[in-house]
Ligand binder design. Structure first.
Ligand SMILES: Nc1ncnc2c1ncn2[C@@H]1O[C@H](COP(=O)(O)OP(=O)(O)OP(=O)(O)O)[C@@H](O)[C@H]1O
Ligand SMILES: [Mg+2]
Length: 154
């Protein structure tokens, strides 16, 4: 298990961390982001998309459950917050989308069974109005590659 913690002082700083990971993303990668409402999960996803070269808008997926952004590869963005039953996540086909893209999931605790063991796990905490603590853990090589992209760059 490899871990790293960052303190972010602004949305742009959180976005920039996401961008580093986005530049390293490959099809098949899965990232799951936990943390209370407003912790910065979607802001981080905006950075992931930017790192992939996606120039459109990334918004909160609370009602849509799943968004899709095409950059260097595809990024699928699922938000399970409004999932009524864990089993309903099966209908989203989260296991299949990683054949041609990377997947990021907000609120994975709504359906923990969708999280593969090789996912990069992020846990975001609100420290104060402008400050967030971002904790990442990787249990295996695929996720460790993404974690290295976060820690080794400027
Ligand atoms: N350091 C920071 N990093 C990220 N966001 C921050 C930071 N400081 C303040 N914010 C603000 O916190 C909010 C984060 O919103 P965001 O939609 O990313 O949260 P979320 O974790 O996705 O919440 P939800 O569970 O509702 O989807 C934004 O309004 C953002 O401007
Ligand atoms: Mg969100």
């Amino acid at each position: 298990m490899t871990e790293a913690t960052f303190v972010s002082s602004s949305p742009e700083e959180t976005r920039a961390l996401g961008e580093r990971v986005g530049r390293a993303l490959e099809a098949g990668d899965v990232i799951v982001l936990s943390g209370e409402l407003g912790a910065g999960k979607t802001v981080f996803v905006q950075g992931l998309a930017r790192g992939l070269g996606f120039e459109g808008r990334v918004s909160s997926k609370s009602f849509v459950l799943m968004g899709e952004y095409a950059g260097r590869i595809k990024l699928y963005h699922a938000d399970l917050y409004r999932l009524d039953e864990p089993e309903m996540a099966e209908d989203l086909g989260l296991g299949e989308v990683t054949a041609d893209g990377a997947l990021v999931v907000e609120w994975p605790e709504r359906a923990e069974y969708v999280v593969p063991p090789d996912a990069l796990r992020g846990r975001f905490e609100v420290v104060d109005a402008g400050t967030r603590r971002l904790h990442f853990s990787a249990a295996d090589g695929r996720a460790e590659r993404l974690l290295r992209a976060l820690t080794e760059e400027g």
